[in-house]
Design a protein around this ligand. Structure first.
Ligand code: ADP
Length: 485
């Protein structure tokens, strides 16, 4: 697998989570899995100190010859490779304003590894998101006997660049720049390249796989999605060794389903103290852990935040992104002291503490390819309040009472992208929160949901088996000089 993000080494969102968990789940099933990513400076020292330099070589990038060191580290049955080049990756940020050259370089470095038999030969290259989008094409051009899978984690970020810049870096023959290949309104689109040239294309939920056939969600690629016709939606899982209130390395008072009520109360109190919220067990704490972007439906929150604050609730927000939303939440934290806490930062520890200490988790996304926040919140017994879209629709069912008096569902949902529809279900949640036996039963149901990787990994495994190259054929041919050390 090739990706720009892999947890626990470097992550900005769900992509990193998936690459942290899926390879391990496949390794557990007996697959031989390697993951390659850039060696960013932000990778924690505890991992860097365990890496070994395997080899170095030079990557042809247009007229340039760039150094490439390959470091490696083995963990939980997975081999991780790290592409080292200080010029491209020697900064803390995973993404910068110069990502075209950085990720073209990364793709070329991966190509050299694929062609190098000393890695044991790869059968399948699984690429993720735009940063690895041209790899399926490069594999074709080089004639490597490697099958390719391309996964769309978010169709909004496509990697669109002027064609002459791409040409200058990648030496792709001119005939591949056409509309049936990587051309997109006069430019080059990396994601489109992956979608056209990979042997199999997947995305991260069945609903999103349907939605992107239509212009509202298709980001101008809906025609390609329709004509390809075989894009499979496989829902993401989460790693319960990390994302559970029993195993989380970050929460102070671990708990399980059996002591959920007391455990959540303790964590809520700690969270309220830590964030300067009033320590009040009766206020329903609504958590938001999110990128602050339009995708996440924050304009709905903006539209009715004053009305939400009329209810007996508190808000614990953790996120970074669009300065408009960063300032909006700062403003509201100032307006409602002790009731809204705005934490404008990226912080894993606080994220876990919010999942553990909040009663509900708000995720009113405009669109959501899969969404991990709602799965993590289920695991920590924080009840998701979500819009019925994409992966949210596939994983959260609305709370309901049946005729026989029993109840079902694992969250609260609304359909229309409308702030008052959202407010309506927040109201419903607040009302139910006051009914402790019913609320506690809902928390138990949420915590019992199983979104582990096992089932999803099996679906990926089936896909790999279906496209796997005939035995005996392995990657061959390569152009870059390799120096083993
Ligand atoms: P996306 O990938 O679109 O950002 P997901 O819901 O799929 O959204 O995944 C988001 C992941 O990133 C979750 O693990 C979430 O807890 C985490 N996350 C988002 N923002 C922050 C933050 N500011 N600090 C820590 N973790 C965050």
């Amino acid at each position: 697998m090739a990706s720009a993000e892999v947890e626990p080494f470097a992550k900005t969102g769900g992509l990193g989570d998936v690459l942290g968990a899926l390879p391990k789940a496949l390794a557990k099933m007996g697959y031989d899995v390697s993951v390659v990513m850039p060696k960013y400076r932000c990778i924690p020292d505890e991992y860097v100190s365990r890496m070994a330099l395997l080899e170095y070589y030079y990557v042809h990038l247009g007229w340039r010859e760039q150094y490439c060191g390959v470091f490696s580290l083995k963990e939980d049955g997975v081999t991780y490779y790290f592409i080292d080049n200080e010029y491209y990756f020697g900064m803390d940020a995973i993404y910068t304003n110069h990502d075209l050259e950085r990720f073209c370089y990364f793709e070329k470095a991966v190509m050299s590894m694929l062609a190098n038999q000393s890695y044991g030969g790869f059968d399948i290259l699984h690429c993720h998101d735009w940063q690895t989008g041209l790899l399926p094409l490069l594999v074709k051009i080089e004639g490597l006997h490697v099958k390719t899978v391309y996964t769309i984690h978010n169709l909004q970020y496509q990697g669109i660049f002027p064609w002459d810049s791409v040409w200058d870096l990648l030496d792709i023959p001119f005939e591949y720049f056409g509309g049936g290949s990587i051309e997109f309104y006069g430019e080059v689109n990396f994601m489109k390249g992956g979608m056209v040239h990979a042997d199999a294309v997947t995305t991260v939920s069945p609903s999103y796989a349907e939605e992107i056939k239509y212009p509202f969600y298709g980001e101008k690629l809906e025609g390609l999605v329709q004509s390809r016709g075989d894009i499979v939606g496989i829902i993401n899982g989460i790693d319960y060794n990390v994302y559970s209130p029993t195993h989380s390395p970050y929460i102070e008072k671990p708990f399980g389903i059996a002591d959920a009520s007391a455990g959540k109360a303790k964590n809520k109190q700690l969270l309220q103290r830590q964030l300067g919220l009033e320590v009040n067990p009766d206020a329903m704490v609504i958590g938001l852990v999110t990128r602050l972007s339009k995708q996440k439906g924050l304009e709905l929150v903006e539209g009715v935040l004053d009305e939400i604050m009329q209810l007996p609730v508190q808000i614990a927000l953790l996120g970074t992104g669009d300065p408009h939303y960063e300032n909006l939440f700062r403003h509201y934290a100032y307006k409602y002291p002790g009731r809204i806490s705005a934490n404008i930062m990226f912080n894993n520890q606080l994220a876990h503490r919010i999942y553990a200490g909040s009663d509900a988790f708000l995720m009113p996304s405009l669109y959501e390819p899969c969404g991990l926040g709602q799965l993590i919140s289920l695991s920590f017994g924080s009840i998701p309040i979500v819009r019925e879209v994409g992966g949210l629709r596939d994983t959260i069912t609305a709370y309901h009472k049946r005729a026989d008096g029993t109840s079902g569902g694992n969250g609260f949902t609304f359909f229309a992208y409308n702030a008052h529809d959202m407010l309506y279900v927040i109201n419903q949640a607040v009302e139910l929160y006051a009914d402790k036996p019913e609320w506690n039963a809902l928390v138990q149901r949420a915590m019992s949901c199983d979104y582990s990787w096992a089932r999803s990994a099996e679906q990926y495994a089936e896909l790999y088996q279906r496209i796997a190259p005939t035995p005996g054929q392995t990657a061959s041919s390569g152009t870059d000089a390799v120096v083993s050390v």
